[in-house]
Write a protein that binds this ligand. Sequence first.
Ligand code: NI
Length: 389
Amino acid sequence: MSLVEEAQQLKPQLVQWRRHLHQFPELSFHEVETQQYLLDALSAMGLSPKPIGKTGVAVDIGQGQGGVAIRADIDALPLQEESEHPFRSQRPGVMHACGHDGHTAILLGVAKLLSAQAETLPGRIRLMFQPAEELMPGGAKLLIADGVLEDMDRVLGLHLASDLPTGVVGTIVGPATANADRFTIEIEGRGGHGSQPERTIDPIVAAAELVLSLQSIVSRNISPRHSAVVTVGTLESGSNFNIIAPRARLTGTVRTFDAQDRHLIEERMAALVTHVSEAHGAEGRLDYIQGYPSVINSRAETELAEHVITRILGANGLAHPEPLMAGEDFSYYLEELPGTFLNLGCGNPSVGATYPHHHPKFTLDEDALPIGVSILASLALEFLMLGQS
Ligand code: NI
């Protein structure tokens, strides 16, 4: 029986794992029951899993030189689920709304399939169940610090994608997600009576001008051939109609693909915050926090993935989606090793899988689970046969 057929036969088990995880979601770095569930499930397969990175789990299958690491993120989001299905979240305000329950079930499926052929593997497969993808600074850095990539040659991962239909897998060579940064700006003015502007420094006027000036960075400083986003998400100031506020506070996010663009935007923001505030007699401060860097997929590994995808799903099963402006901490693994991060289609209107990720009614087509297992397991074997990089 082929890996693809074995993965199909595993579907009821995959669904059971996924629905259990979905009912009992846990927030980033609090995946205590999830960790125990994974340790138990992997031990029951005859494997020797170990806790890693606070609330994560790692396990090796096979022996010998060379290895491929495969990652699933296991955390849920602080969101109240609004679905009606019987396996909806049992925990108020916590929900697997990004599909990480599916990623985890898929990696358990990979464990099940590959553990059956552990003796004959031409190297080692390391499964990484990573906590806290959703919460900066993220679990990936912790796992790497704990040595999870030692003796590994390549790395592999996927994300379910409700905007791709089930039966389609998307690949991207090069940058696949954005550098996802955030910022806070404080503008210090001098408050007073709304009728006496001459005795105050109005931070709202400075903030308003700053919001517009910030928009000039992408249009005037970034090459038109590159993509970048500067968004002011909140602007808070003032307490009443006839009071000039003492200060204003802005928060927002910056998204780029290019490291130099990222640096340039931070520099330009700092200059604008200082000087626009100064021009109004106010004092501006920028706190710029770098988030996850871009996921950058290596060419050779991604092309091999495309080969495996078309072999399993046919030519129509391969898509090349646009890079996502979202952030993803799989990037840290790809800074260490070559590899690729795939988009696994799970959209299907007939099962209600049409909502975007992070939506309170997000759900996935469970037919995508065995597809994910067969793609990851097959590709991991191909990577192992490539040998050491
Ligand atoms: Ni996610």
